[in-house]
Write a protein that binds this ligand. Structure first.
Ligand code: FE2
Length: 382
């Protein structure tokens, strides 16, 4: 596959070993003293060495980032950013590292607290836009798509809620998509993150809002998952599959500018309370939400089935494909296998109802609906 540069929805440098061009990216954005933000898992690999060796100057690394990053992770990073007189962020990792890096670059110049910028109405206009520092994103997983997104998801430690923090300038200014950096991703994380790509494309495609650009991207993203996710899971060194999944991931978050839905609404409270993996949690909920939304999405699902060339162009054959895909990727069918606690469904259903993703769900759901969905997913009742 040849190296390519794309400029939609932000400059993307795709290709093998493009991470070697990290200094050129800094120069293009006039970053002289970048802070590298990543997570402790990535720090144990040779990925950060690859980034650092491409830079002309010595720099600091911030890696105090949880799997479901917290507001404190962001604000501690802001302290390091200021202490080191940094002027930009290189965000390296999966969703947690990249979101935290984006949060630090955004918050380093703000006076209001992080939670004042939640993705509600026009809260983002509260920000001081002059003081938002440039971001270079280098994903090491193919899932979150944070590299092409304008938001970060952080857990509020006090309320145990996941909050989406949004600002248009949280979109990275340069994205480096180097498939070599995803080769070391173990099969389980390849599966979980890949299912997040599918959740993004599927929920975006099915959301009721008018956004034909995203509609097209979502459809092709689903097709990429069908063609390449199981291959990447079974053959970690298959660079063609890794490349396609990495681009698919960037497409997923581009697509979900059109909206998400109840898969993410149900998943966020579980992640916030039990610290489960986001993509895995989405994958567990996927068929239950599809069935719940069936009456409002059947035509769209038939259109997807046709595009990805399933055996039959029907809702049932699509559902069958999802269930088989989860099996092939060793993803559990029930929520019980994930959390073994059914005592908080009432609280979680309220959180799910209030989640910003809920607005994009094709079928209008009540708190009671969410509670039943939690119970059905727990019991494996489709
Ligand atoms: Fe997601």
């Amino acid at each position: 596959m040849e190296n390519m540069n794309w400029n939609y929805p932000t400059p993307i440098w795709f290709g093998l070993d493009r991470v070697k061009e990290i200094q050129i990216a800094c120069d293009n954005l006039d970053i002289k003293n970048p802070l590298i933000v990543t997570d402790p898992g990535i720090l144990k690999t040779d990925i950060i060495d690859k980034v650092v060796s491409g830079l002309n100057t010595k720099t600091n690394i911030y890696s105090d980032v949880k799997g479901n990053p917290t507001g404190k992770n962001v604000m501690d990073g802001v302290s390091d950013f200021k202490l080191g007189n940094h002027d930009g962020v290189i965000a390296v990792g999966g969703g947690s590292g990249m979101d935290t890096g984006k949060g630090i670059a955004f918050m380093a110049g703000q006076e209001r607290p992080l939670w004042d910028f939640e993705d509600i109405s026009d809260y983002w206009t509260r920000a001081n836009t002059k003081n938002i520092f440039p971001i270079i994103a280098v994903p090491t997983t193919a899932g979150t798509g944070s590299e092409t997104g304008r938001a970060g998801v952080f857990t509020n430690e006090e309320t145990k809620e996941k909050k989406i923090i949004f600002h248009p300038k949280m979109m990275p200014s340069i994205v480096i998509l180097d498939p070599n950096l995803t080769i070391a991703l173990p099969p389980n994380l390849t599966a979980f993150t890949g299912m997040d790509v599918l959740a993004h494309c599927l929920e975006a495609y099915c959301s009721p809002f008018f956004h034909p650009l995203s509609q097209g991207i979502a459809l092709e993203g689903i097709s990429i998952v069908k063609e390449y996710l199981v291959k990447a899971f079974n053959n970690p060194n298959d660079i063609e599959s890794r490349s396609n999944m990495l681009v698919g991931s960037a497409m997923g978050s581009t697509a979900f500018q059109k909206g998400l839905g109840a898969i993410h609404s149900l998943s966020h409270p579980v992640g916030a309370i039990y610290n489960t993996h986001h993509g895995l949690t989405n994958a567990v909920f996927m068929p239950y939400v599809l069935v719940k939304n069936k009456n409002d999405i059947e035509d769209k699902i038939i259109a997807i089935s046709r595009y990805i060339n399933l055996r039959q162009y029907t809702f049932d054959s699509f559902l069958e494909w999802i269930i088989k895909l989860r099996k092939d990727l060793l993803i559990p069918h029930t929520l019980k296998e994930l959390i073994e606690d059914d005592s908080k469904f009432n609280t979680m259903s309220k959180m799910a109802l209030d989640d910003p993703s809920t607005g994009g769900n094709p079928t209008k759901l009540s708190q009671k609906d969410f509670e039943i969905l939690y119970q059905n997913a727990y019991d494996g009742k489709l």
